[in-house]
Write a protein that binds this ligand. Structure first.
Ligand code: ATP
Length: 209
């Protein structure tokens, strides 16, 4: 079973990495692919290149077995719909292996606004990263949609390639890339918010100044 974790990773930080590891352990994933997204065109300057975001992901995950980088969205240029990314991954990996899209609970609540969102469930399972005491909200979805797919059994996930939803409790870290970029602009330290090699890389190349 393979996990898929998309994000702009601008830069990657412990708020991505620790919850991703929690999900990998909870679901006994064989691998977790970090999939950097193309940056929306109007995002704030100064620009960090895709190559630099990729380098930072590599530095952050290199010591963790099972964590891998997948640049398929960046290789395509322009924004990618998740459904298209999943179709491409299915072409590469085949139809049988369970794929698990990993989403924060905020992103999951907005799933019905995504392009071809119901099609997603034919291509992958979804794991929702939750606060330990939180629950998913049925009212974000059409009647019965969530209840028909939700499971708390990891083995049910393994039995099918796609179509189920599970809530996974993850470590809560109030870290965001936005906050990291702001700290750098204000000449404040970002140590201990992201792995040391990422801090060093940002410093060395003067990123986000
Ligand atoms: P930005 O502040 O630039 O919007 P971000 O820190 O939220 O960035 P993204 O790359 O946009 O990072 O996030 C990728 C994924 O990681 C999203 O699904 C997001 O919900 C999740 N994520 C980001 N920060 C955290 C965190 N601290 N805890 C749990 N999940 C997180």
């Amino acid at each position: 079973m393979i996990g898929l974790f998309g994000g702009t990773f601008d830069p990657i930080h412990f708020g991505h990495l620790r919850p991703a590891l929690d999900v990998m352990e909870f679901l006994s994933l064989d691998a977790l692919r970090f999939i950097p997204a193309n940056r929306p065109p109007l995002r704030d300057e100064p620009v960090v290149t895709s190559r630099q975001r990729i380098e930072m992901v590599k530095l952050a995950i290199s010591k963790q077995p099972g964590f891998v980088l997948d640049t398929l969205e960046l290789d395509r240029h322009g924004p990618s719909y998740t459904v298209d990314t999943l179709r491409l991954l299915r072409e590469k990996l085949g139809g049988k292996i369970p794929l698990v899209l990993i989403l924060g609970s905020d992103a999951f609540a907005k799933l019905p606004q995504w392009h071809a969102w119901e099609k997603l469930m034919e291509l992958a399972h979804i794991a929702v990263m939750m606060r330990p005491d939180a629950a998913l909200d049925e009212s974000d979805f059409p009647d019965g949609w969530l209840a028909g797919r939700l499971t708390d059994s990891v083995s049910k996930f393994n039995r099918k390639p796609a179509g189920r939803i599970i809530a996974v409790p993850v470590t809560q870290l109030a870290i965001s890339a936005t906050d990291i970029r702001k700290r750098i602009t204000a000449s404040r330290s970002i140590r201990y918010l992201t792995p040391a090699p990422v801090c060093d890389y940002i410093e060395e190349y003067g990123l986000y100044q």
